[in-house]
Design a protein around this ligand. Structure first.
Ligand SMILES: C[C@@H]1N[C@@H](c2cn(-c3ccccc3)nn2)[C@H](O)[C@@H]1O
Length: 447
């Protein structure tokens, strides 16, 4: 169908400019959710809050008035931006997404458009500025998370019913625009904005305002990257417009979930943002339910890269600015795996060969080198690989032991069977490198 839209997708197909190519090649990112919600950490008056810790203000167990005064005691004496950035570097994250303002409206930067900011806490100092500088120094690209929902602003409405709603909302729209311009002016190193809280009916009616704001922000920082969770089209659709075309630069719909097939990705760039516990972004002192292990997180990361996406792992520092021991341990474990295997992650993406049970294929978009990341070792020691017509496998070896060539048999219907029987069971996923007759990446073919 081709419905005429004034505010639909600005482009069909992937962005091809360098900033977007860099984004596409990150593979792994870090999400930071930090704010005053980290002070209660999922508890109030001795009671446990079963929801997501950053939503505790919406819980009847926590009076709004009590929550809205928490900022007066926000004084994270253990906060050390350089330590966080160093840990992210060791994790192997190529970019970071930092909450500037979550749904509660508390600003981690000294915004001049509201008093509900870090400037009016005992801590006083600019948290965002310190983090941008520290991550920049580590060579990690910085993206800013911004919640459109703002429970602290009188003009914020989830839906527009009365005339007063509408006049108040106009004030809120200008406030939102001012804060976004303020953020990009203060932190011009910002590579992109990760918007959240744009599902309200009120916001979905603002197609022309958001279209203009999107354009204005992109003009401030050339190459700025904004996902599909920002603009509504003429009919209030987000992510995909009325013609089914994606709005924004990548699909931002995979929150705590992932696609299973390349078809679900619709040829778009996408990111998956993931919590370590089942559903906690902000700090909760009592994680219940399933807490993911490093091998589970590594499999999600590899699966995302294998399906042409990025994987963004969330960290929720506590009220004093400490990154909790569970997150520190996982950052170390994933980081150690990345030190050995990131060749199959960075600059890699989807290889259009049939998915096999032993794990995932990835391929380097620049060198075309191909990788098999193994999660399920076959008892037989036989790894089946179905290539494309005319493509044969000539060499196979372990990424961390190139000298040991693995035997390859070709079957009658163009399948290749790679044999690998390690003496002992590997404790974590491992990578095989495969070279085909079509590879041009060996030096003597370069003219
Ligand atoms: C990135 C994540 N997005 C925020 C969120 C998710 N949701 C939500 C609301 C209703 C249904 C499903 C998800 N509301 N807010 C979370 O608080 C966190 O910031």
């Amino acid at each position: 169908t081709n419905i005429t839209l004034k505010y639909g997708a600005e482009r069909i197909g992937k962005r091809t400019d360098q900033p977007m190519q860099d984004w596409r090649n990150y593979g792994l990112g870090q999400f930071i959710h930090w704010g005053v919600y980290a002070i209660p950490g999922g508890h109030w008056n001795g009671k446990y809050y079963a929801g997501a810790a950053e939503w505790i203000r919406s819980w009847e167990g926590m009076p709004n008035e009590a929550y809205d005064n928490l900022y007066k005691e926000f004084n994270p004496k253990n906060f050390n931006a350089n330590a966080w950035a160093k840990q992210a570097k060791e994790l192997g994250a190529k970019y970071v997404i930092i909450t500037t303002k979550h749904h509660d409206g508390f600003c981690l930067w000294p915004s001049e458009y509201t008093d509900y900011t870090i400037a009016n806490t005992p801590y006083k100092k600019d948290i965002i500025g310190a983090l941008v500088e520290a991550y920049d120094k580590q060579g990690i690209d910085v993206y800013l998370y911004f919640s459109i929902i703002d429970w602290n602003h009188f003009g914020y409405k989830s839906k527009l019913v009365t005339d007063k709603d509408r006049t108040d909302y106009e004030v809120f729209k200008e406030f939102t625009r001012n804060q976004l311009i303020e953020l990009l002016t203060r932190y011009p190193e910002t590579k992109g904005l990760w918007f959240d809280g744009t599902w309200d009916a009120a916001w979905k009616e603002q197609a022309s305002y958001v279209y203009d704001l999107d354009k204005e922000l992109r003009e401030m920082i050339p190459g700025l990257i904004i996902g599909s969770r920002f603009r509504p089209d003429d009919y209030g659709n987000r992510h995909f417009d009325a013609n089914g075309n994606m709005m924004g630069d990548y699909e931002q719909g995979w929150e705590r979930k992932m696609p299973n097939t390349i078809e679900e990705v619709h040829g778009n760039d996408w990111d998956c943002v993931m919590t370590i516990p089942e559903n906690q972004w902000g700090y909760h002192s009592d994680w219940r339910g399933h807490v993911k292990t490093s091998n589970e997180l590594i499999e999600m990361l590899v699966k995302a890269v294998a399906l042409d996406g990025n994987f963004v792992l969330n960290f929720g520092p506590d009220g004093l600015g400490t990154i909790r021991k569970e997150e520190t341990k996982l950052a170390k474990q994933v980081g150690e795996w990345m030190k050995v295997n990131s060749t199959a992650i960075y600059n890699c993406g989807y290889l259009d060969w049939e998915k096999q049970d032993w794990g995932y294929f990835t391929t380097n978009r620049i060198t075309q080198e191909k990788y098999m990341v193994v999660f399920n070792q076959p008892i037989s020691g036989v790894y089946t690989v179905k290539t494309k017509k005319g493509v044969s496998i000539e060499k196979a070896y372990l990424l961390d032991n190139p000298g040991l060539e693995l035997s390859i048999e070709k079957t009658y219907n163009n399948e290749f069977l790679i044999q690998y029987n390690p003496e002992n069971h590997p404790e974590e996923p491992f990578v095989m490198v495969i070279e085909t007759n079509k590879d041009q990446n060996n030096s003597d073919n370069q003219y």
